[in-house]
Design a protein around this ligand. Structure first.
Ligand code: ZN
Length: 456
């Protein structure tokens, strides 16, 4: 299909020509289609990186492939600044999660564009769309001869979805400290939600929760299963503990990121002080179905029971039976606080022991304030008619490494205004992933605007 010029595809306030805006829109969509066609299911990212590097070089941008494994290259591109200003990185990943073609309405690696303007394929929203938009934005800036006061970087990495191969961002931040920037734009936000009070918000991922799995061992006394009254079978004790745990929903914690989320949803900075934490979260959860239950899960230490361990033999009542809890923690929560929270939940009446299954992985967050936040807020208000809503992700993104290693202010933001949020959420790591092409063009325009505004 022909791609019409999207009225929002010209970056606001930029001096660029309509022809340049059209070209950038077209190229961002073509690039997204080209890289979706490469099956980079946790591997083979070099093939994607080469396409991006060739395109950037053809548009006058220095681009470098940096790999710990030749098949799994990262790409770092740079438009050097003239000096003295802040630096910004456009961030993304080139790998995707697996797709089983039997579940899909269209083949997942053919980048099918339908008549309504939706681009289908694995990576269409996570996140080859954003990778293409950020790359096309950088090429467009370069073609126009733009230079910022500080450097503009593009950092697209391998192995984000799995993260265990030591080839992606966790490796790159150690190997190449020169990719440190003051600010970064990555995945994880930009979806628009109409709220119950008539306002609209667009979410920005300001941070990520961490993990701290805990094992609960019910402790009894072993016995022969033919005489259940003798001994003290740990399995029924575990059953009682599981009843107390329930689904492991969090007790809310008064935390700056949760305050920011609640304030944005209720449009009221004093809501928690006025209604109390639980009351304010309950009220904020009603503002959009997305936040029913999800806001409470985000607001504290969740302790979802998942893995069970009982007797090794059917005829032996065990002295110990265990459950592993998948605990998700707020930035700043310590291992000791997780232990204390689980103990507080389970009480002192039953006999059990707690232990750490593996070391905690801590999340972190950037504050919803400062120059990048201000420009996103102004953009959302002027261009999208929305307010920003800071959100703490329950999943993981590479922004964690950038904040941890360099102190970068990193946000997940790429505006989606045409693709319904339900379509984005349904396709995420699932079948029939798709995005409207107008959102790819819009994202490219936003990134041009962000670089020009932030870096001058
Ligand atoms: Zn992703």
């Amino acid at each position: 299909m022909t791609i019409s010029a999207n009225p929002t595809s010209q970056a606001p306030g930029s001096p660029e020509s309509p022809q340049e805006a059209d070209r950038r829109s077209r190229e961002s969509i073509e690039l997204a289609r080209e890289i979706i066609k490469i099956d980079s299911t946790n591997g083979n990212e070099t093939a994607v990186a080469e396409i991006l590097a060739d395109y950037l070089r053809a548009n006058g941008v220095e681009a470098e492939l940096i790999a710990n494994d030749p098949a799994r290259a990262n790409i770092v591109a740079r438009i050097p600044g003239t000096g003295g200003g802040p630096s910004l990185a456009f961030v993304g990943h080139n790998d995707v999660v697996p797709a089983d073609p039997r579940d899909w309405e269209v083949p997942p690696f053919e980048a099918v564009l339908d008549d309504a303007g939706f681009l289908w394929g694995r990576g269409a929203v996570d996140m080859k769309d954003e990778v293409a938009a950020r790359t096309a934005a950088m090429a467009s800036l370069s073609r126009q001869g733009w230079r910022g006061a500080g450097d503009l970087l593009l950092v697209i990495v391998a192995d984000e979805e799995d993260g265990s191969a030591n080839v992606g961002m966790n490796w790159l931040v150690k190997e190449r400290p020169d990719i440190a920037t003051d600010f970064a734009l990555n995945e994880g936000g930009g979806m628009a939600y109409p709220l119950a009070d008539g306002r609209a918000v667009i979410d920005v991922a300001i941070g990520e929760k961490g993990t701290c799995p805990i094992r609960v061992d019910a402790v009894g006394e072993a016995g022969h299963a033919s005489m259940p009254e003798i001994g003290d079978n740990a399995v029924p004790i575990l059953g009682q503990l599981l009843t107390i745990l329930g689904k492991g929903q969090a007790e809310p914690i008064d935390h700056p990121t949760i305050r920011a989320m609640v304030s944005a949803l209720l449009n009221d900075d004093d809501a928690i002080d006025r209604l109390g934490l639980v009351g304010a979260i309950a009220q904020a959860s009603q503002m959009h179905p997305r936040w029913h239950g999800a806001l409470t899960s985000t607001s504290g230490i969740t302790m979802a029971p998942t893995m069970l361990h009982g007797s090794k033999a059917r005829n032996v009542m065990p002295a110990r039976a265990a459950v592993e809890l998948d605990c998700r923690i707020l930035p700043g929560t310590t291992e000791a606080e997780v232990m204390a929270a689980v103990r507080a939940r389970l009480g002192d009446d039953l006999s059990y022991e707690l232990s750490h299954v593996e070391p905690a992985i801590h999340g972190n967050a950037s504050k919803p304030e400062g120059a990048l936040w201000a420009l996103m807020a102004a953009y959302a208000a002027q261009t999208l008619g929305s307010q920003l809503m800071p959100v703490l992700c329950t999943g993981f993104t590479d922004s964690v490494f950038l904040r941890q290693e360099f102190g970068t202010v990193a946000y997940g933001f790429s505006p989606f205004t045409t693709t319904p949020s339900e379509v984005i959420e349904a396709g995420f790591h699932n079948k029939n992933e798709r995005v409207h092409i107008d959102d790819i063009a819009l994202s490219a325009a936003f990134h041009v605007h962000a670089a020009q505004t932030l870096l001058g």
